[in-house]
Design a protein around this ligand. Structure first.
Ligand code: SME
Length: 157
């Protein structure tokens, strides 16, 4: 695996297209889930510098905080609660342009303004979610959804 990340400027697609082969390199040959999730958050944080990026994993019917980059966050989220719990319940990616307009949004930080949550699916069951938060409104779109879903398919569970 490579431990150095090349960060590029460019549009969102170019940034993801530069990052994804590097994430593949980071995961290559490493079977440990936590190590791989941790490196994915590190790579995304370095390239995009979002306010918060991290995983929640389903454990005993709750989402429990996993590897992340950014300020400390809520540790447990119930199914159907907030953006993360809603993404889990619906088993679909949720893009939230303005978190204040999302009913039930869980504000781990008042600095978070927009958010995307992507479920991790294995055999049609959600086993966790990836959550990215931005300090700016309207930061996430279908391009993020497309590439983040692709990144999650790289992980071996
Ligand atoms: N805002 C999320 C909670 C997790 S934090 O943002 C890290 C939600 O509404 O589910």
């Amino acid at each position: 695996m490579s431990e150095d990340l090349t960060i590029i400027k460019g549009n969102k697609t170019e940034q993801y297209e530069s990052l994804i082969p590097q994430i593949k390199g980071l995961l290559d040959g490493e079977p440990d889930l936590i190590a791989n999730l941790a490196n994915i958050t590190g790579a995304l944080k370095e390239q995009f510098n979002w306010f918060w990026i991290g995983f929640y994993l389903v454990k005993e019917n709750e989402l429990v905080l996993g590897p992340f980059q950014g300020p400390v966050a809520c540790t447990r989220i119930k199914k159907g609660r907030g953006v993360c719990g809603s993404s889990w319940e619906r088993a679909e990616t949720l893009i939230v342009p303005d978190v204040e307009k999302f009913p039930g949004h869980i504000a781990c930080s008042s600095l978070s303004k927009s958010e995307i949550v992507v479920p991790i699916l294995r055999n049609n069951v959600v086993i966790g979610v990836l959550d990215a938060d931005s300090a700016e409104l309207n930061q996430f779109d279908k391009t993020d959804q497309y590439f983040l879903e692709e990144i999650l398919r790289l992980i071996n569970f």
